[in-house]
Design a protein around this ligand. Structure first.
Ligand code: GLN
Ligand code: ZN
Length: 743
């Protein structure tokens, strides 16, 4: 038997974050549209070259996007919200939808499955007519054919996943409507001699209803009806395929791809139902989302098992490689950890090695993948946790009353989520510090100045609960990873989060514990400057875990508990030092939720318990806040409630207050701040529009529990727009207080 290799979802940002730099230059008017397009072309060509050079047989195309691949599909299909239709320049319009303009708020952005990638939600209505306006996959195919003389495999998101991303309800109706544009698109590819195309359908791993499955199959029948020679492969990932038997046997396609890393149940399905002999099995065997080297022995065994069911196998990555940085080369992580890691380029090498092992019977190189970084004391503390004794000592209503008395807050207290603008100057000082050009004292002195400025500004604006501004943090997870034991951070391990925004996920390689204080100094300094309460803000255990690459030798639950214990020490110390409000951010709570319903309860059980490990032991007088954003919250509102935070600030403006629907069904009677404006856009929100959100909200939420805050942290914004926006926000609170008094 011989196998071929392919990959997909290769990181688009470029090894030096070229995309980020080009986008930001374009947005600030430093380069033209043409120059941006040229930069994009270079990236497309270079990425393809890298993949070829690593010996991959089937090279993907249409992997590039200027902002988001779901938005690209919307543009291609002419799904353009009305408020942007007056913008005639296509590129301007594209970024307007993604980022908003002075007149039109951006489309909603939300998390892509259980990952930290964010996509732009297509705005689809019953009457939306889909039209193929542009064939982007074909363009990129031709670009690579002409420039590298390379025939590639275009990759695009499929109709079902696209509609799932658009949050439509009636799949049968929309699948039927959208089939014809996919059909045209594929037909055009076929007519241009494209030999194979990959259609990603990760939504096929969700729990699907029978009639949805049937509608998907019907849709693909229509799409592929007129095709003769182009090969169509469906790729599923992040979990195991649902309705395996029906889909695998009935879907009229030439190949189906499976994730064998995060969807091990796929193997059970194959063993149980076999695999059709007229289809190719694309075996996702090297991980697209964890950075640990592939175990060759284990993987070759897996492939051998698969060959019992089919000999038509293409080796691939398990899920898009975009969740990994480009390469481990040039990283200065300690060798004992570095030797265990594979990023995107190393995945390409692994696939080639596996292929040679199979095709030529060559032994892959010896591996020693064992890792042991344990701390007996941490293990002991974990074993002593009493999971039934994590609750706070008093009920919410009792606690809240005490807290509000001590804090002396007005009705509709105003606050922000934590971070304030990270200016170019701040970034430069930080870079200088990291490069050893300035001393630690000089750096801390600068941070203190920033804190002081931020406190003054907040007092001037008239906010009620202040924050220190998080100037010491590059990133809300990386910062803690740098200070906690058991984590390694990378220098250049960037991964796209949304648009131009990239993060460097830390790597959890050993037991986690806290050796030194985390945010103690900054918080106390800020509190020393003001009479108003300053929140101590920490990233929560689930988010730190979710936005890092966890180790694989112990369970996620255990890692989360270890992080939680470390954070708890900090919380208790802050409380002892007189900090009255502590905020534990958990924006990734929802993202960590398993895609299969059967696994959800177990997840929330340990996720909520880890939050309680951090927060449960504080005095009733200490107010615990949490923050969440840019996810679907409606179906987990009860879980959020069960975390028993005194106040939650939650994003709502970008999803147009969708969360409010949840409160129609579920009475949320704890402190809550519904985000009143979208911080992803430089646009200054008007008093009226924020007032509208507040008024809508207090129909469902007790006004004595209502807080007013932006959607999320303000670190990506400029000071000017931040100040104007917050001033308007404070006006909203003033109006509301006045109205409350008048009635
Ligand atoms: N406290 C963080 C900030 O303000 C929260 C960020 C987030 O939710 N992503 O930046
Ligand atoms: Zn947030």
């Amino acid at each position: 038997m011989t196998v071929k290799t392919t990959v997909f979802g290769y990181p688009k940002i470029g090894p030096q974050r070229q995309l980020k730099k080009a986008l930001e230059s374009y947005w600030s008017g430093k380069i033209s549209q043409k120059e941006l397009a040229q930069e994009a072309e270079k990236l497309i060509i270079n990425n393809a070259k890298t993949i070829v050079q690593h010996g991959i047989d089937i090279v993907p195309s249409n992997e590039f996007s200027l902002y988001d691949f779901i938005l690209d599909l919307s543009i291609m299909f002419n799904v353009i919200p009305e408020r942007f239709q007056n913008i005639s320049n296509p590129m301007e319009r594209y970024f307007a939808i993604a980022r908003g303009t002075a007149d039109a708020p951006a489309s909603e952005m939300t998390k892509w499955f259980n990952t930290n990638y964010h996509y732009i939600v297509p705005e689809i209505e019953k009457t939306t007519g889909f039209e193929l306006k542009e064939n982007k996959p074909l363009k990129e195919y031709e670009l690579l054919k002409n420039s590298l003389n390379l025939k590639t495999k275009p990759v695009l998101t499929g109709p079902f996943t696209y509609l799932y991303c658009a949050k439509v309800k009636d799949y049968a109706y929309f699948l039927d409507r959208i089939a014809s544009v996919y059909m045209r698109l594929l037909k055009e590819l076929e007519e241009s001699d494209v030999e194979e195309v990959q259609i990603d359908e990760p939504a096929m791993v969700l729990d699907l209803e029978n009639n949805t499955v049937q509608a998907i199959i019907d849709c693909y029948r229509k799409i592929t009806a007129g095709l003769s020679k182009i090969k169509v492969y469906i790729q599923t990932y992040y979990e195991s395929l649902s309705h395996y038997e029906k889909i695998v046997y009935e879907l009229p396609v030439n190949g189906i791809g499976f994730d064998f890393v995060d969807g091990r149940e796929n193997l059970d399905s194959i063993s149980k139902f076999g695999f059709p002999n007229d289809k190719i099995l694309i075996a996702g065997v090297v991980s697209g989302r964890d950075p640990w080297k592939t175990d060759f022995t284990e993987t070759l065994k897996l492939i051998e098992t698969l060959t019992k069911f089919t000999k038509n196998i293409i080796l691939s990555n398990s899920c898009p490689l975009m969740h990994l940085p480009v390469t481990v080369k040039n990283e200065s992580i300690p060798e004992e950890i570095l030797r265990l890691l594979s990023f995107a380029n190393e995945r390409l090498e692994e696939l080639t090695l596996l292929k040679t092992a199979i095709n030529e019977g060559k032994e892959p190189p010896e591996q020693n993948l064992s890792i042991k970084f344990t701390n007996p004391e941490v293990r002991k503390k974990i074993s002593q946790i009493d999971e039934n004794a994590l609750d706070r000592k008093q009920d919410f209503s009792e606690r809240y009353e005490k807290q509000m008395e001590i804090l002396r807050l007005p009705l509709f207290p105003t606050t922000t989520i934590g971070s304030f603008p990270q200016t170019a100057e701040l970034r430069k000082v930080r870079a200088d510090f990291k490069a050893g050009k300035i001393s630690l004292e000089q750096y801390e002195e600068f941070i203190n100045q920033e804190i002081k400025k931020a406190i003054e500004i907040q007092e001037q604006i008239g906010l009620d609960v202040l924050v220190h501004g998080e100037f010491e943090r590059t990133d809300m997870v990386e910062f803690f990873a740098e200070r906690l034991q058991g984590f390694a951070v990378t220098k250049n391990g960037w991964v796209q989060s949304y648009g131009s925004r990239c993060v460097r996920p830390p790597i959890i390689y050993g037991d986690v514990w806290r050796e030194n204080p985390l945010i103690f100094k900054e918080t106390l300094y800020a509190q020393s400057l003001t009479e108003k309460p300053v929140k101590g803000i920490l990233t929560g255990p689930v988010t730190i875990l979710q936005w890092s690459y966890p180790r694989k030798d112990i369970s996620k639950k255990e890692v989360a508990y270890q992080i939680a214990l470390a954070l708890k020490e900090e919380v208790m110390e802050l409380e002892r030092a007189g900090i009255k409000i502590i905020q534990i951010d958990e924006p990734a709570l929802r993202e960590g939720m398993p895609l299969k319903k059967a696994k959800v309860d177990e997840y929330f059980d340990w996720a909520i318990k880890s939050f309680k490990i951090v927060t449960g032991a504080v005095k009733p007088e200490t107010q615990i806040h949490t923050h969440m954003c840019y996810s679907e919250f409606n179906d987990i509102i009860e879980k959020i409630y069960a975390m028993d935070a005194d106040v939650i600030s939650i994003e709502a403006s970008r999803s147009k207050g969708e969360i409010l629907k949840a409160f129609e069904k579920f009475k949320y009677d704890r402190g809550i701040g519904i985000g009143v404006y979208d911080i992803h856009s430089p646009r200054v929100p008007t008093v009226e529009e924020m007032l509208e959100i507040v008024k809508r909200s207090i129909k469902l939420i007790d006004k004595r529990l209502f807080w007013i805050n932006p959607d999320c942290g303000l670190k990506t914004r400029g000071w000017q727009e931040t100040i104007s926006s917050l001033k308007n926000m404070v006006k909203v609170a003033e109006i509301m207080r006045k109205e409350a008094k008048d009635v």
